[in-house]
Design a protein around this ligand. Structure first.
Ligand code: PMP
Ligand code: GLU
Length: 382
């Protein structure tokens, strides 16, 4: 029989970040030493208190279903953590999900229907586009590349793009893939436009704890934003917990009610004992987070130096652990050469809506970063 598939699934491609990471794993399995600068995954072990709490939770029998929206202890700990950043959400306004990705999926499914307009700021993380397409929404994009990836100088462009028809705007600061941290003025500009046109905003704050010398501003803290902002965050990056799959979103009551239905009919809940480990992450790991953050900062500085040594001036943002390296127009071909000849895995900028760049993740050791840049240079990729 010929199986038929829906339009909504056929209109998306597999995640480019995951696809390249898989390819890199295949090459490694064939005995090729690949410097993997593709997927955004910290190379540190999960901090000990989290691992211990996870094991203890299994031993204590927390292996059954958990309440669909999350265990009360974790929702409380998340509410406290948000409050420490001046975000006023009750524990009941939080849904704990298996990863931030599932949080975004549930939100977009709940607020975007056929033809609804979603505005992205390019370069934008790969999965926003796919999730909007699956939901049937239409995309409008604002290009931040002419402004060194900053939002403030692009506010006029954003003002021209949004209208009363715009349903949702996605803001991700610090940004994956550019590393840019948007200024307070930029965030105030977003607020003004969101209020004027009555737009819902997703503030994806996955990298909020990974900033270098600047502070990330949470959109939900700005006047007029509390009832229109959905704050998304997760444990993958700051706590090096990618494989545990733990994230969350905090939102006005109405969305919690609607998206909670999707959570209960799809994943049921985030893994019970993982949620207990999440409490330890939020309450016992500030030092571990700070140490990893410091290491990322050193790596960022090293990468800038290594590029300079090869005559490349690459401005790298003040947050997250990515940079966009300007390459030639055919970024797909560049990345193919980089992985096949230099054995350095990167992600084409076109996956983020901005051809002409390759994204490099510097969540890799200093030795691997040195090796990666050497190999790119030796293969005429720089
Ligand atoms: N948002 C951004 C900006 C990301 O880079 C990622 C990838 N980690 C996610 C959301 C989803 O992360 P996770 O599902 O691992 O929590
Ligand atoms: N978010 C990370 C990245 O952009 C992990 C992969 C993914 O979730 O797409 O590389």
């Amino acid at each position: 029989m010929t199986m038929e598939f829906t339009d909504r699934i056929e209109r998306v491609e597999p995640s480019a970040t995951i696809a390249i990471s898989n390819l890199s794993a295949e090459l490694q399995a064939d005995g090729i030493d690949v410097v993997n600068l593709s997927v955004g995954e910290p190379d540190f072990p999960t901090p000990e208190p989290i691992v211990e709490a996870g094991k203890a939770a299994i031993d204590a029998g927390h292996t059954g279903y958990a309440p669909s929206n999350g265990i009360p202890e974790l929702r409380e700990a998340i509410a406290d953590s948000l409050a420490s950043r001046d975000l006023a959400y009750d524990a009941e306004q939080i849904i704990v999900t298996p990863g931030g990705k599932q949080a975004l999926y549930e939100i977009i499914q709940s607020v975007i229907g056929d033809g609804d307009e979603v505005v992205l700021l390019d370069p934008a993380w790969v999965s926003y586009e796919a999730m909007v397409k699956i939901a049937g929404g239409s995309l409008s994009r604002v290009d931040l590349t002419p402004y060194d990836f900053q939002l403030e100088p692009a506010l006029d462009d954003l003002a021209e793009t949004v209208s009363d028809e715009t349903e949702l705007l996605v803001v991700n600061s610090p940004s994956n893939p550019s590393g840019a941290v948007f200024s307070d003025e930029a965030m105030a500009g977003v607020r003004d436009l969101a209020v004027e046109h009555d737009i819902t905003v997703i503030s994806d704050e996955m990298y909020d704890q990974i900033t270098y010398g600047v502070e990330q501003t949470s959109l939900g803290t700005l006047d007029g934003m509390a009832d229109r902002t959905i704050t998304v965050n997760g444990f993958s990056k700051a706590y090096s917990m990618t494989g545990w799959r733990l994230g969350y979103f905090a939102a006005p009551d109405g969305l919690i009610e609607q998206a909670g239905k999707l959570q209960s009919h799809s994943v049921t809940c985030a893994t019970n004992f993982v949620q207990h480990a999440g409490v330890a992450a939020l309450t016992e790991c500030d030092d571990d987070v700070a140490q990893m953050r410091d290491a990322f900062e050193q790596r960022r500085d090293l990468l800038v130096e290594l590029f300079e040594d090869h005559g490349k001036d690459v401005p790298i943002g003040d947050g997250a652990f990515y940079c966009m390296l300007p390459v030639n127009d055919d970024d797909q071909a560049w990345c193919e050469t980089a992985i096949k000849q230099a054995h350095v895995a990167t992600v084409p900028g076109s996956a983020f809506g901005t051809p002409g760049y390759a994204r490099l993740s510097y969540a890799a050791s200093e030795d691997r970063l040195r090796e990666g840049v050497e190999r790119l240079a030796a293969n005429d990729c720089l």
